[in-house]
Every structure is written in C-alpha cells, then in structure tokens.
Design a protein around this ligand. Sequence first.
Ligand SMILES: Cc1ncc(COP(=O)(O)O)c(C=O)c1O
Length: 417
Amino acid sequence: MNNVAQMRKVEHRLPQEPEFLRRQVDVYYQDRVAPWGGGHIMIGQVPGKDALRLLSNDYLCMARHPEVIEAQCRVLKCSDPEMLMAAVFLHGDNPQARFEQQMAQWMQAQSAVLSQSGWAANTGLIQAIAGPGVPCYIDMFAHASLWEGIRSAQANAHPFRHNATEHLDALLRRHGPGVVIVDSVYSTSGSIAPLRDIVDVVERHGAVIVVDEAHSLGTHGPEGRGLVVDLGLTSRVHFRTASLAKAFAGRAGIVTCSERIAEFLKYTANPAIFSSGLLAHEMAGLEATLRVISHSDDRRRRLHRNADYLRCGLSELGYNLELSEAQILGLEAGPELATMALRDALEARGVFGSVFCAPATPKNRSLIRFTVNSDLTLAELDRVINVCAEIRDEVGLADWPSTRRRRHAPLAAVANA
Ligand SMILES: Cc1ncc(COP(=O)(O)O)c(C=O)c1O
C-alpha cells in the first residue's frame, strides 16, 4: 500500500509532554494553523499528470539528463570502496578536491569548497568568518540560511532595506567594517541585487562581501558562471556561495574564496567537521552537470525567454511583478487566506506554483511563486496566462496590497520628483 492517506494508523503510547514543549507546539497550532480555517497553507492538491508545474528549481531541466545519470551509475556500479565520513578527513587526490578545482576554475575563483547543501555552505561560511559581535549587514530579503549563519556566529545582524545601497552605506558608517551579505537573485521575488553599487560601498568601508548565487549560478553569465562573473566582479567579491540544488539539480552547496580561506573553512566550518560529506556518485553527477551546464547556452536562452514571456503576460493582466527580473515570479496575494484562495484557484485549473509565507516572507506578504524552466513551451505559458486572466476576480486581484502598491507607484514617483 503506497497511499499515505490509506495507511493504517497504529496507536502508540507516548511519553508525557512537559509544559514548555506543549506551549511551544500550541503556539504553532494557535497562531499558524487555526487562522487557516481548517485548511493548511502548505498543503493543496497533488498535481495530476497534465498539471503545469511551475515549482521546481531545476531551471535548466538537468535532473534527468542522460549524461548525469550515466556518470552516477558508472560510479555506483564500480567496486571502489565508498568513504562515508565528514569532509574534514579528506586529503590528497579525491573526487571532492577534483570537483572543487573544476568549480573554482569555472567560477573564476582561486578556490572552492564543497558542502552538503546551500544551507550548509551559508551557515558554515558565516559561522566561520564572523566571530561574536562582528557586524553583519544583511539584505532584509536574504535567504534564511544566511541569517542562521549570523546567529550561529553570535555576530550582530544589521538588516538593510531590500536592495537599498544608501541604507547599507549609512549602517556601515554607524557600525564599522564587517560582513555584507546579499543574494544575487532573490528567491521569493526574483529581484536582482545592484551588485556593482553594493561592492562600491563595501570597498569604501573596508568590509567583506558574501554573494549567494543560488539562483544565478548556471542560469546567468557567460556559460552560466553566475552574475559576479557576468559583471566582472570576481576580484572584488570575497565570497560567493550557491546551492547546487537549483540549476545543478543535485544535493550540494559551494563557497568560492581565496586559497588561504578555503583551508581555514575546511577545518573551521561546522558542517565540514560535524556532518558527513557527499558520496562519490553525487560528485560524479555534479561533475557531469557542470560539463553539460557550461555548454547549455540554448537552455539558458529558452529559460530567459520563458521568464520574460510569462512576466509580460502576467504584468499586462495587472499582476504586480515589478520586482521580478529573473526566472522567479512572485504573485503576492498578501494575507495568508488570500494566498490560499489563489493557490486553490490555480490548482483547480491545473497550474501549480509554490506557496511562500512566514517565515520565508514577512507576515502578510505571502505569495505563490512561479519558477520557470527552459523546457516550458510558449503554449504551456499561454495556458498559465489564460488561467491567471480567468481567476482575477475570483482571487480579488484588484484588492491585493501588491496591486495597490503598483497602482500607487507612479503617484509616489511624481511626489518624489
Ligand atoms: C538563496 C538561497 N540560498 C540557499 C538556499 C539553500 O539551499 P539548499 O536547498 O541547497 O540547502 C536556498 C534554497 O532554498 C536559496 O534559495
């Protein structure tokens, strides 16, 4: 029996929950689940065979690429012993060191350090480079793993307004040099960081910068080398990180840095010391993916064409996609019940996006995220656009806070002139 809903529930005797634990869990049910009125914001319909799925981060459709599968199978079938251990024990010539060298070369960096995920790359890097009390200037919309790194370093977080270089400048003037942390492409809205301006500010204050390229590595820049390479900033950006679970469609993360700091990270970042490293077949898959991705200009072209096509179509219908500049499009219904209504309306018509709500977005700025990939056809995108046209009244598009923001934007611009 493989249907979870049909599985027989077994009664278990459970230990007592002490008061502190009961209170913690009660907060979730009272503050999160109760307002959803019997539904669950993260649980909608299961997509059927004909569903249009705009919810994967596999932007270039690499997950089932025959070269990647073949590379993994070759290693799985060979008789070399598998080394199951943390990366801190690796030395000499080994598959991880070889892949790190290839990634460093491709990303035009001196060194690269592989980790188990984008989460591990970000938390490990910031925990290692920012000690207790070090000021960390982080874009308000930066990924949760970067905030977690600040927490685990016991550093001081100084959030700056999204993409607001002048706010970053003012904070640096007040608190002194530290670590500036941004995403290149933001994962809920698809906005792009003004990296050149940010790097100018970083240099003016003698700070260091971490750029998370999770949503631009593979998809942006020459041969997919990312936005930092595209903008010619490799010699001015201290650290780049990326999840390899997006365009690389694997399960890993990467940090680029100087050779000196790479060695420091390998023996200082907690995920490298206290958590097992990647398996040999995963490394082989990533190596093959890198080979394919660097020759995938055609896929990148189709990806960006698709993103532009959908963005234009939905913007014309009145959806506020002003922030989106990449393959991520956020339909921001705002309050969670409005986002659930949007999800239901889309899914009833066979269109599936991902729900983003607190803590991934500010409360009351929840949204359905569409991620576009290179294999979507224009006919499929037309289907999405037609569905979004049809549901506008049903989901109350005119009353969404994001729609009102858009309508008022020209007035605000006039007022500021
Ligand atoms: C910008 C960004 N950084 C890091 C991560 C974490 O990556 P991973 O899923 O590989 O842990 C994500 C994934 O959601 C992300 O969007």
